[in-house]
Structure formats: structure tokens, C-alpha cells
Design a protein around this ligand. Sequence first.
Ligand SMILES: [Zn+2]
Length: 357
Amino acid sequence: MSLHAELHRHLGGAVVPRIFWRFLHRTGHPLADRYPTYEGFEEFFTAPRSSLESYLELHTLAESVQQEETLAYFVSKLVRGAFVFESIAYLELRHTPYLRTDPEAATDWRIARMRDIVSCIGLAGDQPEYPLVFRQILCMHSRLPYEVNRAIVELAASMPEYVCGVDLAGPDRLYGARLHEFVELFELARALGLKTTGHVFETPDGVYPQLLPHLDRIGHGVQIPLRHPELLPQLAQRGQCLEICPTTYLKTGTLASLDELRTVFERCEEAGVDIAICTDNAGLHNVRLPFEFENLLIQDIIDFRQLRACQDAAFRHAFAWPHKEPPRELLFQAAGSPDTNVTRAHGLGPSGGKDTS
Ligand SMILES: [Zn+2]
């Protein structure tokens, strides 16, 4: 049994297509007419896109359906699925609360409603039948104005019972003109005691080394080992972890094949930079977290030793996992083995040999 920590999953892409399609039909949503059969909807929903921007349009569609009155439904279903089908023990779910409010309303009203959105998601995620550790990451967004992004950071800091960090999302080519704003807001977040992550170095457009010192983890960062490996020692020094989401790079056209990730794992291991495997949008992709690992194993991109190291790294870099150890270690201790060193796999250190069994 493997228990997982999921560090990078968007609410907008977290609902599997069947739940989404059933909801559209049950509620008589206009989209239901466009997709009378589930198969047609799944094909549309999970199809690869030509770019990050066209991929992000799907989030806009999901956000239009996942508004305040329906959020509890979607969050309860995704938490149940994460626990039952993915063995997820710890889940950080990220979203931009402003985009869940009425788009017709005034900015001030929408900002004020964000607190209710976060509470609603937090309450819906707390399900005794599916007891995973559940926290939210609130995303600043590159299309939103400064005052909204600042309100998102301040809200995140004021709700520690539900929120463990902040992120920067949205089209990455829009960051450039506003870098000073985002640096300031990340600094504010840290000053308020929040953890930080950001979508950077995901695509060649997202190369912003100025943001790196302000992040605890790096959302994707796949371009760093691939095109800017000279930055890896700085990441290792800061103890930063890459949130690698393999299927995303195929869906957005960022990578032609998962083969390129072999270089990512090798260079990060050499440099001592941890990697957490994540789904990004498990629902949009229709690929759940255990299958992200399985895909990498089947294609010989990682072996089982690397798999364990990534699983443990995810818990180590989780913003709110309440234990020093990952669950595998806790279970091992509880099982009472006489030699607790046998199955420990610490990091991606050079001492571990290949384990492909
Ligand atoms: Zn993402």
C-alpha cells in the first residue's frame, strides 16, 4: 500500500469528467445539450491542447460551473475520489477564490465573497468517512489586478485553518511586465507566515529567475533542469522542490514525450533537488495520481527507488503535513519491525542503487 501526498492540483481541473458530465445533465446546464453522450464530453474534456493558454481555457469553463452554490458538491466528490481511488493521505487543492464569485458583481463585493468561498471548500473537504489531511492553496492570477491579488494573499493569511500557502497562476507570458508586483506579494505572503509556490519555468515563456528566491516550492519548474541546469545548485541550497506534473506537459504541448523527463529526474538527483510527482488537473487529464507514477515506471523514466524518494519528498515538502515522517515510515514503525533501516529511502542520494524490480 502506498499513501500519497498531492501537492499540485487545481480545483478547476480536479473533477473527473464523468462527475462533471453527470452534473451538467442533472442540473439542465446549457453545456449538456452540446454533449448529449458521456463519450463525446470526455473526448472534448481530455483532448490535448496546442498551448498552455488554450489549455487554461478549460479552467474558465470549469470555473463557470463551479460557483459558490455548487462548490460543496464538487469538492466532496473529489475528496471522496482522492481518498478511495488514489490513496491520497494529504491533499493541497489550489484555486483562485475571486474567480468563483459572480463575474457580474462589483470588485469590492467579489473580494468580500472570497472568504465564504474558502470556508465552503474547507467545510466540504472535511469528511469523516474520507479522513485525508486537506488544505487549500490560494492562487494569485496573472490576469487579475494587483488589489485582488493582494486581497487573496491577505485572505490566505487570515484563514490558517483552511489555507496553507499561496501560488501564482494564469498565463505565464503575462508575468513579465508585473514582476515587481508579484515579488512584493510573495514577500508579503512570507511576512504573514504563508508558504509560497508559483507556476514558473513551466514553458519557455515562464522563465523568471527573479521569482525563484521567493518560493518554497516551484510549480513545475521543468524548464530548469532541461534548459537552465545552472540554476539547480541554487534550488538545492534553498531546499526547493519541483512539483512535476507529467501528463500536463503532454496536454499543453510543452514536451513531445515523457522521455524528456528522464533528464529532469537525473539532473535533479545529481544536484540534490527534490521532486514531488503531482497531477495538476487529474480530472481534466483523467489520470489519477497513482497512474502518474505507474506511467513513469512503465516507460522506465523512474525506478521504484526514485518512486519512493518522490513520494517521501512530497510529504517532506507538504506545507501542512503534521508529522516529521511520511506515512510509509509511520506504518513501518507501527508494524514493529526490528530493523527500521531496511526500507528507509532517504532522498535521491547517490547511495541508492537502481531498483527496477
Ligand atoms: Zn498548475
